[in-house]
Design a protein around this ligand. Structure first.
Ligand SMILES: Cc1cc2nc3c(=O)[nH]c(=O)nc-3n(C[C@H](O)[C@H](O)[C@H](O)COP(=O)(O)OP(=O)(O)OC[C@H]3O[C@@H](n4cnc5c(N)ncnc54)[C@H](O)[C@@H]3O)c2cc1C
Ligand SMILES: NC(=O)c1ccc[n+]([C@@H]2O[C@H](COP(=O)([O-])OP(=O)(O)OC[C@H]3O[C@@H](n4cnc5c(N)ncnc54)[C@H](O)[C@@H]3O)[C@@H](O)[C@H]2O)c1
Length: 455
């Protein structure tokens, strides 16, 4: 049996940083990872996909050159091998950066292998037993593949395998119309594939307000993507080297199928029963406001606790755990204001409540919207799709939430994220003096247009 002061299982976006902080404090730490340091974000998520999105945008801008008076002789072509190699290089730089950082770190043992609990204080990996008074779980999640008729007869892609594709599909059918599905749908359309999105719900990106979901669908349709919502029963049949996809009355002759129907936590093969750790019925580990599980000395961070499914929420879990356990601070999960972006182009930046959630909260609310076509910067850049929206509390004047679907929306939203985290009310933010010409300069104008809504 090997003794440690702490064991971290999973090297995603929380575990490595917490392990390093603990080692820095003089603790003897084991960091166990079954695949690659950096987890999903670095190896199969944000970093490769956003690199691919950048290639897709370059193709789109090149094709749009004529609008700007830029002449490109001949057709814009895509070299998928180069596209793939770029994403691979970004991943490898980040992964190797982590490997280099951990190499020779005092007090740190990085162990590659699949870890399982044997008891609340012991974990087995590669046939060895390790023990520690503190165990941190950062095991992440993986794609869900629904048992749809015919799925076992076909070759399908998931978000993990599609990033290794270095050829262009003739027709990509994307099952699932949320973050993963929509980012890949637009990307592959811009690479030159035909793309159909099949979503069984009534709206794309269904966590958003309907006006946002509708605007997203318009953006994708305007680029020639077929969008099928309320898709009815979905089934697959092999057709030579391709796949016939049926979705209600729609029939799609696809060459490739991407399954993007959600993710599930990697908690089913972790021996949680041996430790007595409780999960909810979907397998997410139950944690309190300080990320502690029901078993003393075991914490769960990142996607596996179901309180966020983003890199920044996982990293924030590390910050909360480190602040409480190492710095004598008192940080809580419930203080986090959720923000995220959807990286279609133009992107959607989001923070706080949707209008739907604000209405359901029973508050008296005010809402303001502004189309990007009335934003000077967007007109100058020739990219006027989308709109901005903000929701505020009529009585307290708090900003409750915002959505910026438009050029630089993922960056512009940070003005509102910062204001909300600082507790700034909308009348104060209205008096900021932003820079011209920017998209952000319209935020005070947007706030000035807040109108009460009928509940
Ligand atoms: C295609 C895609 C695009 C995304 N884009 C974005 C984005 O733009 N922005 C954003 O914020 N988020 C994005 N995400 C989500 C983001 O990647 C995750 O939320 C993020 O990686 C946080 O994960 P984590 O730290 O919880 O764990 P992960 O990063 O999933 O890491 C968990 C690690 O634990 C390891 N592991 C699991 N079980 C065991 C075990 N028993 N023993 C040893 N090791 C184990 C795994 O191998 C893995 O390395 C994207 C996800 C996908 C799939
Ligand atoms: N930009 C980002 O931050 C980003 C990008 C990609 C992924 N992610 C993370 O990855 C997670 C998973 O993303 P996702 O898009 O796979 O999942 P999701 O849970 O967000 O969406 C899944 C979608 O698939 C649909 N669906 C489910 N079953 C279906 C079926 N049988 N047929 C047709 N449609 C079906 C759902 O209605 C939903 O719209 C997200 O929660 C997100 O946090 C984040």
């Amino acid at each position: 049996m090997k003794n440690f002061d702490a064991i971290v299982i999973g090297a995603g976006q929380a575990g490595p940083f917490l392990a390093a902080r603990m080692a820095e404090k003089g603790m003897k730490v084991a960091l166990i990872e079954r695949k690659f340091l950096g987890g999903t974000c670095v190896n199969a998520g944000c970093m490769p996909t956003k690199t691919l999105v950048a290639s897709a945008r370059a193709a789109h801008v090149a094709r749009s050159g004529a609008i700007y008076g830029v002449k490109i002789p001949g057709e814009v072509g895509i070299d998928m091998k180069v596209v793939r190699a770029r994403a691979e290089a970004v991943t490898m730089n980040a992964r190797n950066g982590l490997i280099g950082w951990f190499n020779g770190m005092d007090g740190m043992s990085v162990i590659y292998g699949h870890a399982r609990f044997e008891s609340p204080k012991t974990v087995s990996v590669n046939g060895e037993t390790l023990t520690a008074p503190r165990i941190f779980l950062n095991v992440g999640a993986r794609p869900v593949v629904p048992e749809l008729p015919g799925i076992d007869e076909i070759d399908y892609l998931t978000s993990t395998s599609i990033i290794h594709l270095d050829t262009l599909p003739r027709h990509l059918a994307v099952i699932g119309g949320s973050y993963i599905g929509l980012e890949f749908a637009q990307m592959y359309r811009r690479f030159g594939a035909e793309v159909s999105v099949i979503e069984h719900g009534p709206k794309l990106a269904s966590r958003e307000d309907e006006d946002i979901s509708d605007a997203i669908a318009d953006i994708l349709r305007s680029e020639g993507i077929s969008v099928h919502t309320d898709a009815g029963s979905i089934a697959f049949a092999r057709n030579g080297s391709g796949v016939n996809v049926t979705a209600g009355s729609a029939k799609i002759d696809a060459s490739h199928v991407l399954i993007a129907t959600g993710r599930k936590p990697n908690t089913d093969d972790l021996g949680l029963d041996a430790a007595g750790v409780v999960t909810d019925k979907r397998g997410y580990i139950t944690v309190d406001d300080k990320l502690a599980t029901n078993v003393e000395g075991i914490w769960a961070l990142g996607d596996c606790n179901g309180h966020g499914a983003f890199t920044h929420t996982s990293y924030n879990d590390f910050e909360i755990a480190a602040a409480n356990l190492l710095d004598g601070d008192d940080r809580k999960l419930s203080s986090r204001i959720l923000a995220y972006a959807l990286y279609i182009d133009p992107p959607l930046g989001r923070v706080g409540m949707t209008e739907k959630q604000a209405r359901a909260s029973g508050r008296r609310i005010m809402v303001s919207t502004r189309p990007m076509s009335r934003v000077g910067r967007a007109n100058e850049r020739g990219e006027t799709k989308g709109f901005m929206k903000v929701i505020a509390d009529t009585e307290t004047k708090e900003i409750l939430g915002a959505a910026i679907l438009g050029i630089e929306g993922d960056e512009v939203i940070h003005g509102i994220i910062d204001a909300m985290n600082a507790g700034t009310t909308y009348p104060t933010l209205q008096w900021s003096v932003p820079i011209h010409p920017t998209v952000s300069e319209l935020i005070p104008t947007l706030l000035a247009d807040l109108k009460p809504v009928q509940l």
